[in-house]
Design a protein around this ligand. Sequence first.
Ligand code: ARG
Length: 247
Amino acid sequence: MKKITALVLTVVLLPLALTAGGSKEKTTLVMGTNAAFPPFEYIGGATGNEVVGFDVEIAKAIAAKAGKTLKIEDMEFDSLLTALQASKIDMAIAGMTITAKRKESVDFSDPYYEATQAVILKAENTAIRNLDDLKGKKISVQLGTTGNEISKKYTKDEAIVAFNTGFEAVMELKKNRVDCVIIDEQPAQNFVKKNPDLKVVKMNFDPEFYGIAVKKGNPALLSIINATLAELKSSGRYDALVTEYIK
Ligand code: ARG
């Protein structure tokens, strides 16, 4: 009888005590991303339905340093900043360019990757060669991205089709419904590798720097993130990841 009481006490009351009393600290670290952006984040891996990629490796290192279990939430790119503000995710790692506008609503880590936009065209298209040629063209983009913003400089809103994923933007081009796609260079190269009917043209776009976004006012997490990035670079692990995933 005594034994049973002790067991009940342990099973029922101990978890209660833990939740009520002490360790409020979460054991998971939640990365929000949009996993249609290879090689930074995409669906693949051993089972074929895991979120994997360069950014995921960085996230794993951050979680390890924080002593937490990494959890990944795959969502629309355009929802990431809101999800951060609502504390639905702890950090957005999504090949996200650090911009002044985004900095108004979230904080960014140190930059971890230098990128630029590129243009995807049908392989036979020789009419679009430089930024001037983009004027007035029909352009598909991923909604809420820097590519989406940049397209507005060249063509009117009615001629821009914005999709939730870069993949869908590329499909629109394959179906000849737009003249080109403006998207970050690495995903552009990745999509084109699998589609011989397409090509990537580099143009004189400004450099962009990817950063990891966290909710404003979270210096503890931000410093773990920055320390992890610095360690990845100094240990050579960062370069190894670039070789494995990007180059
Ligand atoms: N670098 C671009 C931006 O910040 C595109 C990022 C898209 N990322 C993604 N995981 N879909 O707007």
